[in-house]
Ligand binder design. Structure first.
Ligand code: HEC
Ligand code: HEC
Ligand code: HEC
Ligand code: HEC
Ligand code: HEC
Length: 321
């Protein structure tokens, strides 16, 4: 009975805490950019109609009306909010004004937008050649490496070259996986686009897969060390190697941004050799060979026994004649 009461008490408390958390999250931010952009919906009736008109225009190759364009900006503002809200940046409070400027303490649109420049304005912090410095305010290691790259040089020469947001799409700011990168680097590094080296897409995929293998080897080494330590093996040196490998692995992502694939591969290989060395050091000595369990006769065995009996039977019959 007492246990039941206690359970009820716990459940009631959990419900109360949940409710409090929920209430405290409603209308959570005091950031007007977020508050307002959250409410912009691309699906209101008027916009649906605009969209319909725009599609009809396009079908007849008629250029869009002014209203259509306004609608487009509004849609962008919404879509960007939605993408941002599910990003690592949203989790870390990297809010709109940090990249765009403006004043998030102002609730009215015009006041809040004061100072915001469009991404096509060369003065804007989100103009594509200014993007590295905007991101570099926080991602300084990536920027330091990117600064040394051919990509950065070409970008600043206003040539066809990727900026941070070419590879990490606004506003999801995701890191693509290796296979996606093969197609992605190929957008420029292909015979058609005439941006050498042409083997970059496959090399990039190969290297990023290699990084995944390194992660796996470090994990396995850590597991081996865990079990070896339980059995009383001295794992000090192995631990040192695996920690060194881990540190080097964590430095790989920023280093990637100098786009020197030879240097990158050498680092991956070195870290990998450390992880493998650690595994070798704690590898359990081969277990003594087990005595084979007694085997039940298989089909061949049975067949043999039956044949033997048959032969004996025939022989006996012959002897009796
Ligand atoms: C009261 C509502 C409201 C507030 C507050 C607000 N916005 Fe907007 N924002 C809009 C709307 C609506 C649009 C769509 C275009 C338009 O109507 O100007 C927009 C468009 C934008 C654009 C695209 C501008 C362009 O011309 O292409 C950016 C960037 C932007 N907002 C960033 C911000 C930032 C950063 C803040 C906070 C400092 C903010 N907004 C605050 C409503 C708001
Ligand atoms: C980490 C930086 C960053 C954050 C945070 C960010 N943006 Fe952006 N935003 C950009 C970049 C870079 C571009 C330019 C994209 C391009 O070149 O296609 C952009 C473009 C836009 C545009 C298109 C208009 C234009 O000027 O081209 C809108 C609208 C916009 N952002 C709204 C927002 C809103 C709303 C938020 C917050 C919910 C937000 N952004 C948060 C970096 C950011
Ligand atoms: C105000 C600081 C700040 C700015 C400015 C900023 N970021 Fe970030 N970014 C963060 C934080 C914090 C994280 C999450 C922790 C981490 O991975 O370092 C993050 C994470 C990321 C990630 C990893 C996402 C993931 O899912 O693993 C990428 C990619 C990224 N940012 C790209 C950018 C780009 C591109 C820009 C410029 C347009 C930018 N960031 C601007 C703070 C910032
Ligand atoms: C040509 C494509 C490309 C460009 C340009 C680029 N990145 Fe990356 N970025 C990548 C790839 C690929 C990875 C994953 C690397 C890895 O896992 O070793 C990555 C990883 C990241 C991460 C995640 C790091 C982590 O610890 O997981 C951040 C943050 C980031 N980039 C920020 C930036 C910033 C800031 C810029 C501009 C200064 C930039 N990137 C330019 C391709 C690019
Ligand atoms: C927007 C176009 C564009 C994209 C996308 C792009 N690159 Fe490049 N890349 C260039 C240009 C331009 C050069 C300079 C070519 C030259 O003139 O030598 C270059 C050069 C390079 C070089 C040679 C650097 C050197 O020092 O010789 C490497 C390596 C490289 N890119 C890797 C990558 C990888 C990996 C990706 C995909 C994650 C990628 N690039 C995506 C445009 C691009």
């Amino acid at each position: 009975m007492e246990l039941k009461m206690f359970r009820k008490f716990i459940v009631a408390n959990l419900v109360l805490i949940g409710l409090l958390l929920f209430i405290s999250n409603v209308g959570a931010s005091d950031n007007s950019c977020i508050d307002c952009h959250k409410t912009l919906s691309p699906f209101i009736e008027v916009q649906k109609q605009f969209n319909q008109i725009r599609i009809q225009h396009l079908e007849k190759s008629v250029s869009c009306s002014l209203e259509c364009h306004e609608d487009r900006v509004q849609q962008l503002a919404t879509a960007n909010y939605l993408q941002w809200s599910e990003s690592t940046h949203a989790l870390n409070d990297v809010t709109c004004e940090i990249c765009h400027g403006g004043n998030p303490a102002q609730p009215a649109k015009e006041m809040a937008h004061a100072g915001i420049k469009k991404s096509t304005d060369t003065e804007s912090p989100v103009y594509y050649t200014n993007v590295p410095e905007t991101c570099g305010n926080c991602h300084s290691k990536e920027l330091d490496n990117f600064d040394n790259s051919m990509h950065y040089k070409k970008l600043k020469d206003l040539k066809l070259a990727p900026t941070c947001t070419t590879c990490h799409a606004p506003h999801t700011f995701e890191v693509l996986n290796p296979v996606e990168f093969r197609n992605f680097c190929g957008n420029c590094h292909s015979v058609y686009k005439k941006v050498a080296p042409y083997d970059i897409p496959l090399d990039a995929e190969y290297l990023l897969v290699k990084v995944n293998k390194l992660k796996f080897n470090i994990d396995t080494a850590n597991q081996d060390i865990f079990w070896a330590e339980k059995e009383g093996v001295d794992v000090t040196q192995a631990k040192k190697h695996v920690n060194d490998a881990l540190e080097r692995m964590n430095a790989l992502a920023p280093m990637w941004h100098e786009f020197n694939l030879t240097h990158f591969e050498a680092e991956v290989d070195y870290a990998n050799s450390l992880a493998l060395k650690a595994r070798e050091m704690v590898e359990p000595s081969p277990t003594p060979t087990q005595t084979e369990p007694p085997r039940t006769p298989g089909f061949a065995g049975l067949y043999g026994i039956v044949s033997l009996l048959a032969v004996l039977l025939i022989k006996r019959n012959q002897e009796h004649k």
